[in-house]
Design a protein around this ligand. Structure first.
Ligand code: ASP
Ligand code: MG
Length: 409
């Protein structure tokens, strides 16, 4: 017998039939003797619609996206599914009830639109579970110190599930989705991508923050911190999925675990910036003040000893704001500001990199052989990212996937 949190994503509860299938899956898990708590997200597409409705109510005085009422609206998608799934479970003879975030309660800070979970009171749910009842908890939602409904940011129901697994001291957190697990690359682009049986927390963290969309990054952070055994699997098949676990639990090691891409970045180049102390601070200080995150940075060597070119990336969504901030910056002098959003960031990730030389070289050589120019590079202990022109996304992913021997044979 195990205590398991089962989380179902938007496509898994995409219509009434799917919800009924999920109910059967939960019933089987209960009948096998497990204690189950369920976390659900909204039906696929519903949250997007709700967000659009909110943006239509934005005006000069009010930015809906971070308001109290935004959360009241967007949290409803999950509420609907908790009720429907509880009904479906009751029809199968199980004792189940719906729980909204505030009823548990899942306590968060007061940052509407991207709240963080601070604590979860688990005793009410635990009571239910020991009596054999199945709680169906709304993911994505919480309650603020002022007792307002909050939401955890897009994709946040993964984080709800992991947080609940921590609070309930569950043996495992199973995240049901529409793919069979975590792949070495996006299988829609790289047809030879392989499903991984296991992946280390650190690698998963890099994968999600560098573009893989299977899990919310914050959920992986939390799982890693609390050593929650996470499993990503499909609600459409019976395949065993991918375990996200400690590095030493992985017996068969490959040099790389995966290759990701992200089209969410944009590049800014400033030409002929004065090459003198304090310049980086003059560029990046105002950006930080305006809440613009800078990711990759390169500063070219100065040819004349007086000026240099500076290139860096920001989130595509922040590009306009970043340009405005830089053009306003009075302490800053440069010749031209060149924004470019036709870029993609490709990253290769693997803990094996710590002990192997030549990983970067394989990447650079492979891209060079295809005539793909690298614009910016950044590295960490277990990943290498390059920025290239967006038109080469598919070519680069497929070429790198074979170059590192990841192709399904
Ligand atoms: N329904 C929310 C969203 O679409 C939360 C989630 O699905 O994880 O972002
Ligand atoms: Mg999701």
């Amino acid at each position: 017998m195990a205590r398991i949190v089962m989380k179902f994503g938007g496509t898994s509860v995409g219509d009434s039939d799917r919800i009924k299938k999920v109910a059967h899956r939960i019933k089987t898990a209960v009948e096998t003797g497990n204690e189950i708590a369920v976390v659900v997200s909204a039906m696929a597409g519903v949250t997007n619609q709700l967000v659009t409705h909110c943006h239509q109510m934005t005006c000069d005085q009010i930015w809906a996206g971070s308001s109290r009422e935004y959360d009241v609206v967007v949290a409803t998608g999950e509420q609907v599914i908790t009720g429907l799934l509880a009904l479906a479970l009751q029809c199968l003879g199980l004792s189940a009830r719906s729980w909204q975030g505030w009823q548990v309660p899942i306590c968060t800070d007061g940052i509407h639109g991207s709240a963080r979970i601070e604590s979860i009171q688990s005793y009410k749910l635990l009571n239910e579970m020991t009596l054999g009842n199945v709680p169906v908890v709304a993911g994505f939602q919480g309650i603020s110190p002022k007792e307002s409904v909050t939401t955890l940011g897009r994709g946040g129901s993964d984080t709800s599930a992991v947080a609940l697994a921590v609070a309930l001291q569950a043996d495992r957190c199973d995240i049901y989705t529409d793919v069979e697990g975590v792949y070495t690359a996006d299988p829609r682009i790289v047809t030879k991508a392989r499903k991984l049986d296991r992946i280390a927390y650190e690698e998963m963290l890099e994968m999600t923050s560098l573009g893989a969309k299977v899990l919310q990054t914050r959920s992986v952070e939390m799982a890693m911190k609390h050593r929650v055994v996470l499993r990503v699997l499909s609600s459409f098949t019976d395949a065993p999925g991918t375990f996200v676990c400690d590095e030493d639990e992985i017996v068969e090691r490959h040099l790389l675990s995966g290759i990701t891409y992200s089209r969410d970045d944009a590049k800014i180049t400033l030409t002929k910036v004065a090459d003198q102390p304090g310049i980086a601070a003059a560029v990046f200080g105002p950006l930080a003040d305006a809440n613009v995150n800078v990711d990759m940075i390169v500063q070219n060597i100065s040819e004349d000893g007086k000026t240099t070119d500076l290139t860096f990336t920001v989130a595509k969504a922040d590009l306009k704001r970043a340009v405005a901030v830089l053009q306003r910056g009075s302490a800053l002098s440069f010749d031209r500001l060149i924004p470019d959003s036709d870029v993609v960031k490709i990253s290769v990730i693997g803990v094996g990199m710590r002990s192997h030389a030549g990983v970067a070289q394989t990447m650079f050589r492979t891209l060079a052989e295809r005539g793909i120019n690298i614009q910016v590079i950044s590295t960490s202990e277990i990943k290498i990212s390059v920025l290239i022109s967006e038109e080469y996304t598919e070519l680069a992913l497929r070429a790198l996937h074979s170059a590192y021997g990841l192709d399904l044979s």
